[in-house]
Design a protein around this ligand. Sequence first.
Ligand code: FAD
Length: 579
Amino acid sequence: MLVKELTPFLSVSPQLSADDIAQAAKLGFKSIINNRPDGEEQIQPTSTDLAAAAKSAGLEYRYIPVISGHLIDEDVNVFRRATSELKGPVLAFCRTGTRSSTLWTLSESAHIDADVLIGIAASAGYDLSSLRPALIDRNAQNEQPELVDTTQGDVQMGRAHTHDIVVVGGGAAGIAVTASLLARKSQLDIAIIEPSDVHYYQPGWTLVGGGVFSDQQTIRDEASVIPKKARWIHAAATSFKPESNTVILENGERVIYKTLIVAPGLKLDWDAIPGLHETLGKNGVTSNYKQGLAPYTWELIKSLGEGAAIFTQPPMPIKCAGAPQKAMYLACDHWRRKGTLKNIDVAFHNAGNVLFGVAPYVPALMKYVSKYDIDLALGENLVAVDGANKTATFEWTDEAGNPKRADKHFNFMHVCPPQSAPDFVRDSPLSNEAGWVDVDPETLQHVRYDNIYSLGDVCSAPNAKTAAAVRSQAPVVAKNIIHAINHEAGRALYNGYGSCPLTVERGKIVLAEFGYGGKIMPTLPFIDGTTPSRMAWFLKEKLLPWIYWNAMLKGREWLVKYGYDANRGHAAPDKQPKQ
Ligand code: FAD
């Protein structure tokens, strides 16, 4: 828990957990203010849970949610009223503490000088200097004028950053493309907007859930992966204004670009399945898709000796479409080696109608389905979970077209959640009908805004959403941006490459590698991806993590092939980024 004291009466902090609230009571706080709207992020306790934690710790609690980047005068009034009513000391929190600090600063602005307020916030680690005009204005009027709603028109209270290239998201795609750009032109002015302090190697989570890697092996500080020549804007983007080449941040600041790259990944929609969020991480319900939960998967696998084990897969698209099966095969292999598999009923409830979307890999996988005696329930979609009673509800359509629904008991359940574009992308002018960033599937350039590109899980290209795809996409986007900046003809073309190493048993992998239209695209000629191979396991366990950290995120474009069209990009001058 990171508590920053603004005054003896009021401190602020980043997101609190229920345990943190108990700790806050021990530190002497008397009241909690929650300024973060529920559901802003998947890994976020609900206000109801936090209110309960505050109650049991004997603290007063107020929920004053402020939408990031949309702070209005009424929010300040409600906050001011709460601080006048609550017992102190008060601990206010949001995602980072910035919104709470902003609310306090504005609520005190009528009687405290702007520079004093900004100085207090700065000494607590919050740079609120962009608020100076609003604070001076309020102080001069000695009243609280209406703040500018940042959803409307131009943002007047937010400071503006200006960069030639702005990248939204510092995950696999954002870092790889920045590194690829800088490898081509080291003097480029690039800023990465990324709120997280940590960077995850998500392909490693399958191996954490299978007891091969530790969770720590998949985590690095974000600061260590941001390329040295790029600027890190440590905040979340909340909206896009492509007509004015602007991205709005959660604190209302603007980031103005000449070229924009959109790469904030996708949204794991845990709340789409009633009961799931509450029971994840307990009652035998786990998911390798949730950061920090793969060790629990392995704990459950080790401790299960008999009963029903369910693995689920939602409708496409999902990232790494093979990951739900990978978790299942590694679990079955462990139970087989321990001699307990015969006592465990394993079922794979897959909302899709095929085991794997690229046919040549299915026979090898089906052999493992038979070997482990897995009940394959195709077309069955998880729609509700009752963790306490260990029951999962599935829906499907029978052969006559009638909707069906049934409850299944489980002792262990691995869930892959439904997935969609992040809300702020889906609700923006950049999205297509399905919510993804609307790009040309080959050039990865936006179909309506010439100076915008997208790659990784968030883009609309119909490839398998994988880090392997990013490895091929990053050089394509980098090359196309450099070409466009230089007004050169020709465009690099992404061929749809993606890869899914299916861990069918500990030590063996079916290495699916394919491009658009399901075309098989093996990278290494000596690995036959359609049969289980030890060499592919070695690649997954030893080589690919090393390649990820030391090549892909460093602008070394290894194991990458892409096409080229000399005639594309010639066309009209309006096909060039607006510089
Ligand atoms: P991410 O890597 O998720 O990064 C998105 C970034 O955007 C994050 O840093 C996030 O903090 C940031 N962000 C979010 N919101 C905002 C905002 N509002 N403003 C700014 N930044 C924001 N791929 C493989 O190739 N092989 C595998 O074997 C494999 N296995 C997998 C197994 C599991 C269990 C999972 C979960 C994934 C697996 N993947 C695998 C998929 C792979 O990890 C993803 O496809 C890849 O990480 C996508 O990269 P990305 O940059 O698009 O998204």
